[in-house]
Design a protein. Structure first.
Length: 100
């Protein structure tokens, strides 16, 4: 069953985030078989989220295990350090037969 990783990020330094972490994370998403469906700043909070600087990333994976393999890999643990202090990220993984 496919899995979807959903990331809500509040980015404090967009240039560093996009040009550092974003570039390196994208390489690993591809390497581990993930595919980005959405990578977008400017998400509007309608309820329960006060921050105005919301960005959203949704990636598709062949399985929950594939997403977890990416997330828990030593390579990603190193790349994740590039976002320390420049973004607050909230991450979920969910299995689903489809997005509809």
């Amino acid at each position: 069953m496919k899995a979807y990783m959903i990331v809500r990020a509040v980015i404090h330094d967009r240039e560093k985030f996009v040009n550092g972490y974003g570039v390196e994370a994208a390489k690993l998403v591809n390497k581990f078989g993930g595919k980005y469906l959405i990578r977008a700043p400017g998400a509007m909070a309608l309820e329960g989220i006060e921050d105005e600087n919301n960005s959203v990333v949704i990636s598709e994976w062949s399985s929950k295990e594939a997403a977890e393999d990416f997330w828990n890999s030593n390579e990603y643990q190193e790349v994740k350090k590039l976002r320390e202090g420049i973004a607050d990220c909230y991450v979920l993984v969910i299995e689903s037969d489809s997005l509809s």
